[in-house]
Design a binder for this molecule. Structure first.
Ligand code: MTE
Ligand code: MO
Length: 186
């Protein structure tokens, strides 16, 4: 059964690898903020207690990095991205989001993809808090896209009318990043 859960060109990693640009920001729970801005009716700055006060869920999904490793059955704890985004009341013109991490990393998604029910703003994985190396205190998890769309150390979500390619997207990675279609490079 595991086999048909591994997208083409991927292989199973022995554990959950760590991959990023090598800048690992050290953000305490007390210092963490998530800013929602751009085409919104209400700009929001969420802190750790405010995130904890939202409805918490736990959801299991698979993770596929474009460098060909996959990790199955990661159980994430956090808040549905759709719940967080609704706080800002996105304007009708908003059709894309730009995600920014505390390391300066950016990536982009259609707003509709951010609203998929399996997209999580996560602060825990596999029964423990999200380790700093995996993007703690808080990261995005987008199971239906290659891992580079799952921004670690999540700092800001900007709502846009026009798409704005992120760090890897401007360096030749595919804008859509569906692992089942092998959308690796543009
Ligand atoms: N802020 C930030 N998020 C990031 C990255 C990064 O360099 N910076 N790398 C991406 C890539 S390419 C992958 S595969 C995943 C890896 O997540 P992991 O280190 O928890 O396995 O994080 C993604 N999110
Ligand atoms: Mo990746």
């Amino acid at each position: 059964m595991t086999q048909n859960r591994i997208p083409p060109g991927q292989h199973l990693a022995p554990e959950f690898p760590v991959l990023d640009l090598g800048i690992r920001p050290d953000i305490s729970h007390a210092d963490w903020r998530l800013r929602l801005h751009g085409l919104v009716a209400r700009e929001v700055e969420l802190d750790w207690p405010a995130l904890q006060a939202l409805p918490q869920i736990s959801a299991t999904s698979d993770f596929h990095c474009v460098t060909t490793w996959s990790t199955l059955d990661l159980t994430w704890e956090g808040v549905r991205a759709s719940v967080v985004l609704a706080l800002a009341q996105p304007l009708p013109e908003a059709r894309f989001v730009s995600l920014q991490g505390y390391d300066g990393y950016t990536t982009n998604l259609p707003l509709s993809a951010m609203l998929d029910e399996d997209v999580l703003i996560a602060h825990g994985v596999n029964g423990g808090p999200l380790a700093p190396a995996h993007g703690g205190p808080v990261r995005l998890v987008v199971p239906r896209r290659y891992g580079w769309k799952s921004a670690k150390w999540l700092k800001a979500i900007e709502f846009l009318a026009a798409d704005r390619p992120g760090f890897w997207e401007v360096r030749g990675y595919h804008n859509e990043a569906d692992p089942w279609l092998e959308e690796r490079f543009a």
